[in-house]
Write a protein that binds this ligand. Structure first.
Ligand code: CP
Ligand code: NVA
Length: 300
């Protein structure tokens, strides 16, 4: 494993090995054991979109590992003025030990890895959010003990979260059901892979997707970069909400997950969000541990 660009590039063993290391790093941190696994390593953190969790968990994580994280807003980088990613990659490779990037096009992340000579980590694109899903899987295992035979249900847009979650859950032996409106399905290639490689269903019925689910996941109706579609999407996604009524279809001990930020009253009700706040904020915390594990694997 040289980069973390998308979960398709990882084997089931790669994922489990990251999760095991993440558990270990969490244990060490909770017990006051601080090891500088990345002492002296410099990591560039490029952001072309807003972020709370990704930015802060990467910066805090790098600091805890003894490295140095450099926040690089694309507004300040020449990349924001049109310097090609191929050149940025080769320049940054001369200074840094690793790069995390949050941007729009997946191709940009792939190009950064292709033209640079240091590990690249995808901190979210329009296509994928692998760091989030590693934290999600870590959280599922904490709550449920294992993955095999569990059902994940996703409600809402077939977006970056859905794409990565499908791949991550199926690779670990979970089944996956998504309820989304027609025209808002996940990536076609990913769905093809999912149908051939696991127990995957897609439906327009939220009730059906939630049936006997062990975990229910939702995300915003309009992702970053889709601001212009917001009003239209509010109409299309109206019934794609996780609420106490449809959650009755899931298992009694269902966990409810959200990558955050959440829009209460849209994709999830206030009531359900607060009833499951423990899981949701454990999930947010696990971003820190999972990403530390990824960086140790790639940069050490
Ligand atoms: N879930 C997540 O990636 O959050 P941020 O957009 O705040 O980084
Ligand atoms: N789908 C959301 C996820 C945010 C973490 C977005 O891309 O804005």
């Amino acid at each position: 494993m040289k980069h973390l660009l998308k979960l398709q590039d990882l084997t089931r063993e790669d994922i489990l090995s990251i999760l095991n290391l993440a558990d270990q790093l969490k244990f060490e941190r909770n017990n006051g054991i601080h090891k500088e696994y990345l002492k002296g390593k410099k990591v560039g953190l490029i952001f072309q979109k807003s972020s709370t969790r990704t930015r802060v968990s990467f910066e805090a994580g790098i600091y805890e590992l003894g490295g140095y994280g450099m926040f690089l807003s694309s507004n300040d980088l020449q990349i924001g003025r049109g310097e090609p990613v191929q050149d940025t990659a080769r320049v940054l490779s001369r200074y840094l030990d690793g790069i995390m990037i949050r941007t729009f096009a997946q191709q940009e992340v792939e190009d950064l890895a292709k033209y640079g000579s240091i590990p690249v980590i995808n901190g979210l694109t329009d296509y994928a959010h692998p760091c989030q899903v590693l934290a999600d899987l870590m959280t599922i295992r904490e709550y449920k003990g294992s993955f095999k035979g569990l059902k994940m249900a996703f409600v809402g847009d077939g977006n970056n979260m859905a794409n990565s979650l499908i791949v991550g859950c199926l690779k670990l032996g979970m089944s996956f059901a998504i309820a989304c409106p027609k025209g808002y399905e996940p990536d076609a290639e990913i769905m093809k892979w999912a149908k051939e490689n696991g127990d995957f269903t897609i439906t327009t019925s939220v009730d059906k997707a939630l049936e006997a689910a062990d975990a229910v996941y939702t995300d915003v109706w309009a992702s970053m970069g889709m601001e212009k579609e917001k009003a239209e999407r509010e109409k299309v996604f109206k019934k794609y909400q996780v609420n106490s009524e449809n959650l009755k279809n899931a298992k009694e001990d269902v966990m409810v997950m959200h990558c955050l930020p959440a829009h209460r009253g849209e994709e999830i009700t206030e009531e359900v969000f607060e009833a499951h706040a423990k899981e949701i904020f454990d999930e947010a915390e696990n971003r820190l541990h999972a990403q530390k594990a990824v960086m140790v694997k790639l940069l050490k």
